[in-house]
Ligand binder design. Structure first.
Ligand SMILES: NC(=O)c1ccc[n+]([C@@H]2O[C@H](COP(=O)([O-])OP(=O)(O)OC[C@H]3O[C@@H](n4cnc5c(N)ncnc54)[C@H](OP(=O)(O)O)[C@@H]3O)[C@@H](O)[C@H]2O)c1
Length: 235
Protein backbone atom coordinates (compact mmCIF):
# COMPACT_ATOMS: atom_id res chain seq x y z
CA UNK A 1 0.00 0.00 0.00
CA UNK A 2 1.57 3.35 -0.96
CA UNK A 3 1.93 5.84 1.89
CA UNK A 4 -0.19 8.93 1.80
CA UNK A 5 0.57 12.38 3.07
CA UNK A 6 -1.58 13.55 5.92
CA UNK A 7 -2.45 17.21 5.76
CA UNK A 8 -1.76 19.31 8.83
CA UNK A 9 -4.46 21.90 8.89
CA UNK A 10 -3.28 24.03 11.76
CA UNK A 11 -4.64 24.90 15.13
CA UNK A 12 -8.37 24.59 14.59
CA UNK A 13 -9.27 22.02 11.97
CA UNK A 14 -12.79 22.72 10.76
CA UNK A 15 -15.28 19.96 10.07
CA UNK A 16 -14.90 19.98 6.29
CA UNK A 17 -11.09 20.15 6.47
CA UNK A 18 -10.63 16.78 8.14
CA UNK A 19 -9.05 14.49 5.59
CA UNK A 20 -7.12 12.18 7.89
CA UNK A 21 -7.98 10.92 11.35
CA UNK A 22 -5.63 9.22 13.78
CA UNK A 23 -7.14 6.61 16.07
CA UNK A 24 -4.90 6.15 19.10
CA UNK A 25 -5.77 2.68 20.36
CA UNK A 26 -7.25 1.87 16.96
CA UNK A 27 -6.19 -1.77 17.39
CA UNK A 28 -8.93 -2.15 20.02
CA UNK A 29 -12.67 -2.62 20.12
CA UNK A 30 -14.10 0.91 19.91
CA UNK A 31 -11.21 2.45 17.97
CA UNK A 32 -11.19 -0.38 15.45
CA UNK A 33 -14.91 -0.05 14.82
CA UNK A 34 -14.78 3.72 14.42
CA UNK A 35 -11.72 3.44 12.18
CA UNK A 36 -13.58 1.05 9.90
CA UNK A 37 -16.59 3.36 9.62
CA UNK A 38 -14.40 6.39 8.92
CA UNK A 39 -12.38 4.50 6.31
CA UNK A 40 -15.60 3.42 4.61
CA UNK A 41 -16.77 7.05 4.67
CA UNK A 42 -13.65 8.04 2.72
CA UNK A 43 -11.42 9.52 5.41
CA UNK A 44 -7.75 8.68 5.56
CA UNK A 45 -7.24 6.64 8.73
CA UNK A 46 -4.09 6.15 10.75
CA UNK A 47 -4.23 3.33 13.28
CA UNK A 48 -2.13 4.08 16.36
CA UNK A 49 -0.67 1.44 18.68
CA UNK A 50 2.12 1.21 21.21
CA UNK A 51 3.78 -1.11 18.71
CA UNK A 52 4.25 0.03 15.11
CA UNK A 53 4.10 -3.53 13.75
CA UNK A 54 0.80 -4.19 15.52
CA UNK A 55 -0.59 -0.95 14.06
CA UNK A 56 0.62 -1.86 10.58
CA UNK A 57 -1.00 -5.30 10.81
CA UNK A 58 -4.30 -3.78 11.96
CA UNK A 59 -4.13 -1.22 9.15
CA UNK A 60 -3.46 -3.89 6.54
CA UNK A 61 -6.41 -5.92 7.84
CA UNK A 62 -8.66 -2.85 7.76
CA UNK A 63 -7.54 -1.97 4.23
CA UNK A 64 -8.35 -5.48 3.07
CA UNK A 65 -11.70 -5.49 4.83
CA UNK A 66 -12.83 -2.09 3.53
CA UNK A 67 -11.01 -1.78 0.21
CA UNK A 68 -10.05 1.72 1.33
CA UNK A 69 -6.66 2.96 0.12
CA UNK A 70 -5.70 5.61 2.66
CA UNK A 71 -5.07 3.50 5.77
CA UNK A 72 -1.77 3.33 7.62
CA UNK A 73 -0.56 2.01 10.95
CA UNK A 74 1.99 3.75 13.15
CA UNK A 75 3.28 3.91 16.70
CA UNK A 76 0.99 6.17 18.74
CA UNK A 77 3.07 9.36 18.75
CA UNK A 78 3.77 9.17 15.01
CA UNK A 79 0.08 8.46 14.40
CA UNK A 80 -0.98 11.47 16.44
CA UNK A 81 1.43 13.67 14.49
CA UNK A 82 0.23 12.45 11.10
CA UNK A 83 -3.51 13.09 11.39
CA UNK A 84 -5.54 16.29 11.10
CA UNK A 85 -7.33 15.25 14.29
CA UNK A 86 -6.84 12.41 16.79
CA UNK A 87 -9.25 10.19 18.68
CA UNK A 88 -8.21 8.44 21.89
CA UNK A 89 -9.69 4.99 22.49
CA UNK A 90 -7.71 3.28 25.23
CA UNK A 91 -8.89 2.01 28.63
CA UNK A 92 -8.99 4.61 31.42
CA UNK A 93 -6.10 2.96 33.28
CA UNK A 94 -3.88 3.71 30.26
CA UNK A 95 -5.29 7.12 29.33
CA UNK A 96 -2.71 9.18 31.22
CA UNK A 97 0.46 7.37 30.03
CA UNK A 98 -0.83 7.30 26.47
CA UNK A 99 -1.57 11.03 26.50
CA UNK A 100 1.91 11.73 27.85
CA UNK A 101 3.38 9.82 24.90
CA UNK A 102 1.34 11.68 22.26
CA UNK A 103 1.13 15.14 23.90
CA UNK A 104 3.84 16.83 21.81
CA UNK A 105 2.42 15.39 18.59
CA UNK A 106 -0.97 16.95 19.29
CA UNK A 107 0.10 20.59 19.55
CA UNK A 108 -2.53 22.79 17.94
CA UNK A 109 -4.91 19.90 17.24
CA UNK A 110 -8.19 18.54 18.51
CA UNK A 111 -8.03 15.39 20.65
CA UNK A 112 -11.33 13.55 20.78
CA UNK A 113 -11.46 11.62 24.04
CA UNK A 114 -13.75 8.60 24.23
CA UNK A 115 -12.40 7.48 27.60
CA UNK A 116 -14.87 6.31 30.21
CA UNK A 117 -13.34 6.29 33.70
CA UNK A 118 -14.36 2.72 34.48
CA UNK A 119 -12.64 1.19 37.49
CA UNK A 120 -12.87 -2.63 37.29
CA UNK A 121 -14.35 -4.71 38.65
CA UNK A 122 -17.29 -2.41 39.50
CA UNK A 123 -17.80 -1.01 36.01
CA UNK A 124 -21.57 -0.67 36.49
CA UNK A 125 -20.93 1.85 39.26
CA UNK A 126 -20.14 5.49 38.44
CA UNK A 127 -16.62 6.16 39.70
CA UNK A 128 -15.27 9.50 38.57
CA UNK A 129 -11.63 10.58 38.93
CA UNK A 130 -10.62 13.37 41.33
CA UNK A 131 -10.16 15.70 38.33
CA UNK A 132 -13.95 15.46 37.73
CA UNK A 133 -13.91 13.43 34.54
CA UNK A 134 -11.59 11.63 32.15
CA UNK A 135 -12.02 14.49 29.67
CA UNK A 136 -10.93 17.12 32.19
CA UNK A 137 -8.01 14.91 33.16
CA UNK A 138 -7.03 14.72 29.48
CA UNK A 139 -7.18 18.50 29.10
CA UNK A 140 -5.06 18.95 32.24
CA UNK A 141 -2.42 16.55 30.88
CA UNK A 142 -2.37 18.04 27.39
CA UNK A 143 -2.51 21.71 28.34
CA UNK A 144 -4.10 24.63 26.54
CA UNK A 145 -2.28 23.97 23.27
CA UNK A 146 -4.57 21.00 22.57
CA UNK A 147 -8.35 21.23 22.29
CA UNK A 148 -9.99 18.27 24.03
CA UNK A 149 -13.49 17.31 22.92
CA UNK A 150 -15.25 14.37 24.54
CA UNK A 151 -17.51 12.02 22.57
CA UNK A 152 -18.52 8.41 21.84
CA UNK A 153 -18.63 7.23 25.48
CA UNK A 154 -22.13 5.77 25.19
CA UNK A 155 -21.79 3.81 21.94
CA UNK A 156 -21.26 0.04 22.18
CA UNK A 157 -18.11 -1.05 20.38
CA UNK A 158 -19.77 -4.30 19.23
CA UNK A 159 -22.33 -2.29 17.31
CA UNK A 160 -19.84 0.21 15.94
CA UNK A 161 -17.81 -2.70 14.56
CA UNK A 162 -20.81 -4.08 12.69
CA UNK A 163 -23.00 -2.98 9.82
CA UNK A 164 -25.84 -2.21 12.22
CA UNK A 165 -27.63 1.12 12.12
CA UNK A 166 -26.41 2.78 15.30
CA UNK A 167 -29.36 3.41 17.60
CA UNK A 168 -27.45 5.64 20.01
CA UNK A 169 -26.78 9.36 20.09
CA UNK A 170 -23.43 10.94 20.88
CA UNK A 171 -23.01 13.77 23.36
CA UNK A 172 -20.17 16.05 22.30
CA UNK A 173 -18.68 18.25 25.02
CA UNK A 174 -15.90 20.76 24.52
CA UNK A 175 -15.12 24.38 25.22
CA UNK A 176 -14.87 25.47 21.56
CA UNK A 177 -18.07 25.25 19.48
CA UNK A 178 -16.19 24.87 16.19
CA UNK A 179 -14.23 21.94 17.64
CA UNK A 180 -17.49 20.32 18.78
CA UNK A 181 -18.86 20.87 15.27
CA UNK A 182 -15.88 19.06 13.76
CA UNK A 183 -16.52 16.08 16.03
CA UNK A 184 -20.24 16.07 15.27
CA UNK A 185 -19.25 15.86 11.60
CA UNK A 186 -16.98 12.89 12.36
CA UNK A 187 -19.79 11.18 14.25
CA UNK A 188 -22.15 11.64 11.30
CA UNK A 189 -19.55 10.08 8.97
CA UNK A 190 -19.59 7.07 11.33
CA UNK A 191 -23.38 6.86 11.13
CA UNK A 192 -24.08 8.49 14.47
CA UNK A 193 -26.34 11.37 15.42
CA UNK A 194 -24.38 13.70 17.68
CA UNK A 195 -25.33 16.79 19.64
CA UNK A 196 -23.56 19.80 21.08
CA UNK A 197 -23.56 18.99 24.82
CA UNK A 198 -21.85 22.11 26.09
CA UNK A 199 -18.45 22.81 27.63
CA UNK A 200 -15.89 20.14 28.44
CA UNK A 201 -16.95 20.07 32.07
CA UNK A 202 -20.25 18.53 30.86
CA UNK A 203 -18.39 15.42 29.65
CA UNK A 204 -18.91 14.06 33.15
CA UNK A 205 -22.55 13.34 32.27
CA UNK A 206 -21.73 11.17 29.24
CA UNK A 207 -18.93 9.41 31.12
CA UNK A 208 -21.21 8.62 34.05
CA UNK A 209 -24.03 7.45 31.77
CA UNK A 210 -21.87 4.60 30.47
CA UNK A 211 -21.87 2.82 33.84
CA UNK A 212 -25.66 3.14 33.87
CA UNK A 213 -25.86 1.61 30.38
CA UNK A 214 -23.57 -1.23 31.53
CA UNK A 215 -25.88 -1.78 34.51
CA UNK A 216 -28.92 -1.91 32.21
CA UNK A 217 -27.15 -4.29 29.83
CA UNK A 218 -26.39 -6.66 32.72
CA UNK A 219 -30.12 -6.92 33.29
CA UNK A 220 -30.75 -7.46 29.57
CA UNK A 221 -28.07 -9.92 28.42
CA UNK A 222 -27.14 -9.72 24.77
CA UNK A 223 -28.53 -6.19 24.37
CA UNK A 224 -26.71 -2.91 23.83
CA UNK A 225 -28.54 -0.11 25.61
CA UNK A 226 -27.89 3.34 24.20
CA UNK A 227 -29.18 6.87 24.62
CA UNK A 228 -31.36 9.09 22.44
CA UNK A 229 -32.00 12.81 22.78
CA UNK A 230 -35.72 13.27 22.15
CA UNK A 231 -37.82 16.19 21.03
CA UNK A 232 -35.51 17.45 18.27
CA UNK A 233 -36.82 15.59 15.21
CA UNK A 234 -36.04 17.46 12.02
CA UNK A 235 -33.34 19.68 13.51
N1 LIG B 1 -15.77 -0.99 24.31
C1 LIG B 1 -16.84 -0.20 24.29
O1 LIG B 1 -17.97 -0.64 23.99
C2 LIG B 1 -16.68 1.27 24.58
C3 LIG B 1 -17.76 2.12 24.37
C4 LIG B 1 -17.63 3.48 24.65
C5 LIG B 1 -16.43 3.96 25.17
N2 LIG B 1 -15.41 3.10 25.39
C6 LIG B 1 -14.15 3.63 25.93
O2 LIG B 1 -13.22 3.62 24.87
C7 LIG B 1 -11.93 3.28 25.37
C8 LIG B 1 -11.43 2.05 24.62
O3 LIG B 1 -12.25 0.95 24.94
P1 LIG B 1 -12.02 -0.44 24.20
O4 LIG B 1 -13.02 -1.38 24.75
O5 LIG B 1 -11.96 -0.21 22.74
O6 LIG B 1 -10.56 -0.81 24.74
P2 LIG B 1 -9.65 -2.05 24.41
O7 LIG B 1 -10.08 -2.69 23.15
O8 LIG B 1 -9.55 -2.92 25.63
O9 LIG B 1 -8.20 -1.38 24.25
C9 LIG B 1 -7.96 -0.42 23.24
C10 LIG B 1 -6.47 -0.33 23.02
O10 LIG B 1 -5.83 0.19 24.17
C11 LIG B 1 -4.46 -0.16 24.09
N3 LIG B 1 -3.93 -0.59 25.38
C12 LIG B 1 -4.19 -1.72 26.04
N4 LIG B 1 -3.46 -1.80 27.16
C13 LIG B 1 -2.69 -0.69 27.19
C14 LIG B 1 -1.70 -0.21 28.08
N5 LIG B 1 -1.29 -0.91 29.14
N6 LIG B 1 -1.15 1.00 27.80
C15 LIG B 1 -1.49 1.68 26.71
N7 LIG B 1 -2.42 1.25 25.79
C16 LIG B 1 -3.01 0.08 26.06
C17 LIG B 1 -4.34 -1.32 23.12
O11 LIG B 1 -3.66 -0.86 21.97
P3 LIG B 1 -2.15 -1.33 21.61
O12 LIG B 1 -1.87 -2.61 22.34
O13 LIG B 1 -2.23 -1.52 20.14
O14 LIG B 1 -1.29 -0.20 22.03
C18 LIG B 1 -5.78 -1.65 22.81
O15 LIG B 1 -5.97 -2.13 21.49
C19 LIG B 1 -12.08 3.06 26.88
O16 LIG B 1 -11.72 4.21 27.58
C20 LIG B 1 -13.56 2.77 27.03
O17 LIG B 1 -14.05 3.15 28.30
C21 LIG B 1 -15.49 1.78 25.09
Amino acid sequence: MPPFTAGANGPMTKAGEIKTISVIGGTGALGGGLARRWAEAGLGVIIGSRQADKAEAAAAELAERTGAARIEGMENSAAAAAGDIAVLTVPFAHQQPTLEVIRDSLAGKILVDATVPLVPPKVARVQLPPEGSAALLAQAILGEGVTVVSAFQNVAADLVDSDATLDCDVLVAGDKPEAREAVIHLASLAGLQAWHAGPLVNAVAAEALTSILIFINKRHPGKHAGIRISGLDGD
